[in-house]
Design a protein around this ligand. Structure first.
Ligand code: UDP
Length: 471
């Protein structure tokens, strides 16, 4: 490859679905704006992506000759049970492998203009980038509210609020400015529920959040108008913040269907649910998905299933092959048989399309940030059942700050599920919630239109990266 003055941007996502996907969308947007892109996955995810998405075909390469995929030799199986193992492996092999790859890219005369590194891949990217003199922009794929919360993890440890002491999950958290009357212990990130901070995810996230500040700027997949107060607080840490969310909507508005990569999925989508949705009445269906990492026990699956059936509403449920932990003795096909008329089960759905379908009226979600943004964008109110990391904070914002859904965290019984589904789908509580849900959908749509905040921030990012390029 020749050294040119075309910017060359390297992307390094954390190797799980919810991080790869928004980074891939931004990568394609920058590529479309004229940048050369190198997108780096682990071997394992590289192979999965190539087998599921429309990326291995020559048409993607023909359309986007300046978009290259490279991989580093990390074998990972990104399920919750293996995340600890994945982190351990990444710490040992990913940094030297990334360094080696970067050196080989530079010696191919294609020095990267900058690296857009995942906010929790600083331990792989930052030292190496500093050593080789390449600027880093950090992309945090969670909400601004949660990013701000993560910046207070050390404070939470100092005040004794984290790890969460036994017992009182309803204690108010007062040491996070702007959230004094919002967060309780139970709303803190899932990894605060450990006995000791040593060798835990809590420590990992504290370290990574602090390392992010060595980057020259921060990218957030959020809508400025939805999180403006906390974004201005984050400006005390990063002078440059580009909010470009919902990046999937920005992507859709700027990249035509025929040029799209079809979304960087690690799972194969089952599109049969779209035909089923076509036969359901307007806004009648509750869509149920717990994302790509959350697992359920057999008992939890049964409580959700009974609650959904008893609600009397049609439901579409994503039951991933690895969703149920342990010897479940539950065959998703059997669940489906029993609920044939009203329930439809798939192992992976085309979620953005599902949420945009007119038959979908509500979303029972684990409150992953991508799912939350996709729901906001589609104007679909939520019932939140968070388990991990940022999900607890997101669900609190959804219910208490933004008022676009209900939070059922820490409960999982059939009567609560039934009641909340009914409340969300057809009570006068729905009317109330739909007012803010509609307003949020409008804010999201406006932000990606020409002149909107996310549209303009993407333009700024493109311009700023160009100005980093050697002439
Ligand atoms: N997703 C999907 N089909 C499914 C379930 C999830 O395409 O059946 C996508 C969803 O649209 C989102 C991502 O997977 O973009 C999940 O990311 P999120 O941040 O919500 O949760 P995570 O998987 O990281 O916990």
């Amino acid at each position: 490859m020749e050294q040119t003055n075309i910017p060359h941007v390297l992307f390094l996502p954390f190797p799980v679905q919810g991080h790869i996907r928004p980074m891939m969308k931004l990568a394609e947007l920058l590529n479309q704006a004229g940048s050369q892109v190198t997108f780096i996955n682990t071997d394992h995810n590289h192979n999965r992506l190539m087998s599921n998405a429309d990326l291995k075909t020559s048409s993607f390469h023909d359309r986007s000759p300046k978009f290259l995929f490279r991989s580093i030799p990390v074998e990972n199986a990104p399920s919750l049970l293996n995340i600890k193992e994945l982190l351990d492996t990444l710490q040992i092999v990913a940094r030297p492998a990334f360094r080696q790859l970067l050196i080989s890219i530079i010696s191919d005369q294609c020095r990267p203009t900058c690296i857009i590194a995942d906010g929790i891949m600083s331990f792989v990217a930052i030292d190496v980038a500093e050593e080789l003199g390449i600027p880093v922009i950090t992309f945090r794929t969670i909400s601004a509210s949660c990013t701000w919360t993560y910046f207070h993890l050390s404070k939470l440890v100092e005040t004794g609020d984290a790890p969460i002491p036994d017992g009182n999950l309803d204690k108010s958290i007062t040491c996070i400015p702007g959230y004094e009357n919002v967060l309780r212990s139970r709303d803190l990130p899932g990894f605060c529920r450990v006995e000791k901070p040593e060798n835990s995810f809590l420590k990992f996230f504290m370290r990574e959040t602090s390392a992010m500040t060595r980057a020259s700027a921060l990218i957030l997949n959020t809508v400025h108008e939805i999180e403006a107060p906390v974004i201005s607080r984050l400006n005390s840490i990063f002078t440059k913040i580009y909010t470009i969310g919902p990046v999937h909507a920005l992507y859709k508005s700027r990249i035509s269907q025929s040029d799209s990569s079809n979304g960087a999925g690690l799972w194969k989508e089952d599109r049969s649910c779209m035909t089923w949705l076509n036969c359901q009445p307007l806004r009648s269906v509750i869509y149920v998905s717990f994302g790509s990492l959350v697992c359920l026990t057999r008992d939890q699956v049964l409580e959700f299933w009974h609650g959904l059936v008893n609600s009397g509403k049609p439901f579409l449920w994503v039951v991933r092959p690895d969703l149920i932990v342990g010897e479940s003795g539950i065959d998703p096909m059997e669940l489906e048989m029993v609920t044939k008329e009203r329930g439809f089960i798939v192992s992976w759905a085309p979620q953005e399309e599902v949420l945009a379908h007119p038959a979908v009226g509500g979303f029972l979600t684990h409150s992953g940030w991508n799912s939350t943004l996709e729901s906001i964008n589609a104007g679909v109110p939520m019932i939140c059942w968070p388990e991990l990391a940022d999900q607890q904070v997101n669900s609190r914002c959804v219910s208490e700050v933004w008022k676009i859904g209900f939070d059922m965290k820490d409960t999982c019984d059939r009567s609560t599920v039934e009641k909340l589904v009914r409340d969300l789908m057809d009570s006068n509580k729905r009317e109330e919630i739909m007012k803010s849900t509609d307003e949020f959908a409008r804010l999201a749509a406006d932000s990606v239109k020409e002149g909107g905040s996310s549209y303009t921030n993407l333009e700024k990012l493109i311009k700023d990266i160009r100005s980093m390029s050697p002439i």
